[in-house]
Design a binder for this molecule. Structure first.
Ligand code: UDP
Ligand code: MG
Length: 321
């Protein structure tokens, strides 16, 4: 029976690469027999000609697109793409060809064998990346895997091929603050990891600054661990213990030496220290509160402005008039 593979491609200002991407996919489609492809481009509020190029590409039968009303972020774009997909297998791929389309064949064969539900990729080197970025990335993976029960694989990319069953499971996770690397692992199923060397972008620029990545990493910690919330309790217990020892020390010293008025510089230091710790703990609670606040509002994950279907409908309406 003919199988269908959907490729979900989030695009934000990708006018430089989107056609290259499609050309590459057309090349590898030839290696498949009895497989139909469906490419779903998600325009995540691009400010360049990305949408125009998508409209043009959607004249091909295998291309569809969903265009957002503004930039909602790659996480939202991936969710929209999975929702729109209809294939038996669904892959998520970057538009910049950093996810080698040539791997799709191998991934497909692994899923077809029936032993796995998902084939994911991770890059083993961080070549071509600034040293500081690699350092913090490594540190981040160490921390999050210590404090989260969900495994977050170091170097994991979003590039993966999944069965329909797993896609539906991911779609069931409707949280607003999405962190897909965690969600894919959280839903379970059997995942096979393929490794490859880092590949540089075909053209255009990365959308991730160091600062954006840093905030994203904090969000992911809030999304997949509640350990920071217990920092306040642990610190509280520790400080009570230290305070208890200090009280005994002060009482004994006063009994032996009397009560000379000194030591307020050290007291000011202690006050600053404890004040700092308290603010830090309130800040952490605030992070969780703000995420909870955004979740209870139940805002949609993305808003669609246009799809290739709405385009076709609009055109037909014009003809009727
Ligand atoms: N992307 C997106 N919305 C955003 C930022 C990025 O859809 O707000 C897309 C982008 O077009 C690309 C993919 O996510 O297809 C990965 O982005 P990028 O290549 O800039 O990240 P990097 O590979 O440098 O981590
Ligand atoms: Mg990239």
């Amino acid at each position: 029976m003919m199988k269908k593979i959907s490729l979900v491609v989030p695009c934000y200002n990708e006018e430089a690469v989107i056609k290259l991407f499609y050309a590459e996919i057309q090349k590898i489609e030839k290696n498949f027999t009895d497989v139909e492809f469906e490419i779903i481009f998600i325009n995540d509020g691009s400010r360049d000609k990305t949408l125009e190029l998508m409209r043009e590409l959607s004249k091909n039968d295998d291309v569809r697109y969903v265009s957002f009303s503004r930039n909602f972020g790659k996480e939202a774009a991936m969710y929209a793409g999975l929702e729109a997909s209809s294939g038996d297998y669904v892959a998520i791929m970057d538009a910049d060809l950093q996810d080698p389309p040539a791997l799709l064949k191998e991934m497909y064969e692994i899923l077809e064998s029936g032993e796995y539900d998902s084939v994911a990729t991770r890059r083993v080197t961080r070549k071509g990346e600034p040293v500081i970025r690699s350092f913090f990335a490594r540190l981040y993976y160490k921390i999050i895997n210590k404090i989260s029960k969900t495994e977050i694989v170091d170097g994991a990319r979003d590039f993966r091929l999944m069965t329909r069953q797993m896609v539906n499971a991911v779609l069931e996770v409707k949280e607003y603050n999405r962190f897909s690397k965690g969600i894919f692992s959280w839903v379970g199923f059997r995942t096979k990891w393929l490794e490859y060397e880092n590949i540089e972008r075909a053209a255009g620029e990365t959308k991730w600054s160091f600062w954006k990545l840093f905030l994203y990493s904090l969000d992911s910690i809030v999304a997949f661990s509640t350990v920071p919330l217990s920092i306040a309790s642990v610190m509280g217990i520790l400080f009570c213990f230290v305070a208890f020892l200090m009280i005994i020390f002060v009482i004994v010293r006063t009994l032996i030496y009397g009560d000379p008025t000194s030591g307020w510089p050290s007291m000011v230091c202690i006050m600053f220290f404890i004040g700092g710790v308290q603010l830090l703990c309130i800040g952490i609670i605030g992070q969780y509160l703000s995420k909870a606040y955004l979740e209870v509002k139940r805002r949609p994950i993305y808003i669609v402005a246009e799809t290739e279907e709405s385009k076709i409908r609009a055109k037909n309406d014009d003809e009727v008039i």
